[in-house]
Design a binder for this molecule. Structure first.
Ligand code: GLU
Length: 552
């Protein structure tokens, strides 16, 4: 056995398979030539970041629009940072948005395992061959030794890192390596870079075009002392054997692409197409910065789920971030499924997509306004079951009553956009339920310009005269007549011009009625509200208000 084989055997005594066998086990996927295979590769270190949802949405769409495959690979090689259970939660969150990986650790395909820590055999098989071929070597340098190297480089003002003459363990003889291994000294495995200073490499990025870089020269660690691979190595091996055609990932990986390109090259593997997506940015006091998990609530997808932003609205918003021509298409195709739109790599922004919460809100209002009452109710109930039990009770207590309320000015040509998110529902409609109305009524304050007795008189008169069987126009005319008789001006302007001639204007008259019957100054369409409450309840509430006024 030659020395390199002996070293490889000492390090991986149990690895008997070969890279060739892996090539056969994980063949090119049986897909048409233009089908794209993408993946989402989250680390299980916490909640789903809004930027990751964006990346996975776009990756998924690219795969789907070409009849390709989208899979999820859990990148759990940094076990210190792992948060137990977050991998499951990540998939759950994707599913909530309808992003269904074709393959994942929950639903394995032929290219698994789909969790990196379970792919050791594959990494070790590749590394064993790299050791034999001289493409990798064990490094026994301690922290102190690495520090020494760094200090020396700082003093000489040269590039820091483990490379060329600074890569001490490159120069160990095979005998020295064997001895150290036999002595059970700690080691990592490093890639042996063939890069030279001043050489260039070009990253061909589907979004950014060609980017020229100095070639990698670093002998980066590919396997840590715990036997797990580093990101750089795992990415290359996994995307090769999982037959990813397009590596869709955040632009923060652009600077390390030369490392990946060199590993692909040394292993003689076909490079995937690289697509580095824009990072999601935020405007903070006029400066752009990365949306940050630490600082920004909206960096977490959970924020939007908990508040009850409609899923469709959020996805639609992310599509506007993905391609600059999406909005134009949307205007031309307002009723189409957003996924009828074909994404294009060349239409992605290059320098960070600015996250605009106001736009999320306005799209959400639009989406919620356009839902049918049944759809709205079902989704509100789904939301409430997870996040808002009070709302759930309200909905379930009388489904039809709830539907009639949220259907006010819905299902019509130009629906009203009262709701931005499902958590708005209860604060907007609670007064329609007695248990809220009676509490709210205690806090009602009428305009102080009107005397209590006048309000009582006005309310009594309305109570004895209103008719909800009329259509809205006639109902309104009835109210107007009562108001004018009581000395209110027909228009606010009229009153402000001649304040001595009137007691107030009709808006103020209506406000008194609204406060009495709804305990709020603003409500969905008042006529509809009154009709849904029904004559009896309206009278009950007016009487209640009169009693309150008398006792205060
Ligand atoms: N695990 C890496 C991350 O979470 C994935 C990058 C990639 O998609 O390759 O950033």
């Amino acid at each position: 056995m030659n020395k390199r084989n002996e070293i490889a055997e000492l390090i991986f005594p149990n690895i008997t398979g070969t890279v060739q066998e892996l090539e056969i086990k994980y063949p090119k996927r049986p897909l048409s030539d233009d089908a794209i295979v993408t993946r989402f590769a989250p680390s299980p270190t916490g909640f789903l970041h809004t930027g990751s949802l964006f990346t996975s949405l776009v990756s998924w769409r690219f795969a789907k629009q070409t009849n390709g495959v989208f899979f999820l690979r859990l990148e759990d090689t940094d076990q210190k940072r792992e948060i137990k259970g977050s991998g499951d939660r990540l998939i759950e969150q994707l599913l909530i948005f309808g992003i269904t990986p074709d393959e994942s650790f929950l639903h394995e395909g032929n290219y698994g395992p789909y969790i990196q820590s379970q792919r050791r055999l594959i990494y070790h098989t590749v590394i064993k061959e790299m050791l034999i071929k001289g493409l990798a070597y064990p490094c026994f340098c301690t922290h102190d030794e690495l520090n020494e190297i760094r200090k020396e480089q700082e003093a000489k003002k040269v590039l820091p890192g483990y490379y060329h003459e600074y890569a001490k363990c490159r120069y160990l003889t095979d005998e020295e390596v064997i001895e150290k291994l036999k002595n059970k000294e700690d080691y990592v495995i490093r890639f042996k870079s063939l890069g030279k200073l001043d050489e260039k490499v070009v990253l061909e990025d589907a979004i950014r075009g060609n980017i020229e870089f100095p070639k990698n020269i670093q002998d980066i660690v590919i396997m840590k002392s715990d036997g797990l691979p580093t990101y750089h190595f795992a990415h290359v091996v996994d995307d090769h054997f999982m037959r990813t055609t397009h590596v869709t990932r955040g632009e923060e990986w652009v600077p390390s692409a030369p490392i990946h390109l060199e590993i692909f090259e040394q292993l003689n593997w076909q490079k995937p197409v690289f697509c580095h997506f824009p990072v999601i940015m935020k405007l903070d006091e006029d400066k752009r910065r990365k949306l940050s998990k630490r600082k920004d609530a909206e960096a977490s997808v959970d924020y939007f789920l908990e508040k009850g932003y409609p899923i469709e609205g959020f996805l639609e918003y992310l599509m506007t971030l993905a391609n600059s021509n999406f909005e134009e298409w949307r205007l031309a195709n307002p009723k189409s499924d957003i996924f009828d739109f074909n994404l294009d790599f060349s239409k992605m922004s290059l320098d960070g997509a600015l996250f605009d919460l106001e736009k999320v809100k306005s799209i959400s209002k639009e989406v919620l306004g356009n839902m049918t009452k049944d759809d709205f109710t079902n989704k509100a109930l789904m939301y409430a079951s997870e996040y808002d039990l009070e709302l759930k009770n309200i909905i379930e207590e009388d489904l039809e009553y709830f539907k009639s309320i949220i259907n006010i000015e819905r299902e019509q040509e130009k629906p009203r956009k009262d709701y931005e998110k499902f958590s708005d529902i209860l604060p907007i409609i609670n007064f329609m339920y007695d248990k809220y109305y009676y509490d709210l009524s205690n806090q009602v304050i009428f305009n102080e310009r009107f005397k209590k007795d006048f309000i009582i008189e006005l309310l009594k008169e309305y109570r004895d005269n209103f008719d909800l069987n009329l259509d809205q126009e006639n109902w309104f005319n009835g109210m107007k007549e009562l108001a004018l008789n009581k000395g209110f001006a027909q228009r606010a302007k009229q009153y402000s011009k001649e304040p001595d001639k009137f007691v107030g204007h009709i808006g103020e008259y209506a406000e008194i009625l609204r406060l009495a019957t709804c305990a709020k100054t603003s409500t969905p369409n008042f006529y509809d509200v009154l009709r849904i409450l029904g004559k009896e309840k309206v009278i009950e509430r007016i009487n209640h208000t009169i009693t309150l006024l008398k006792t205060k």
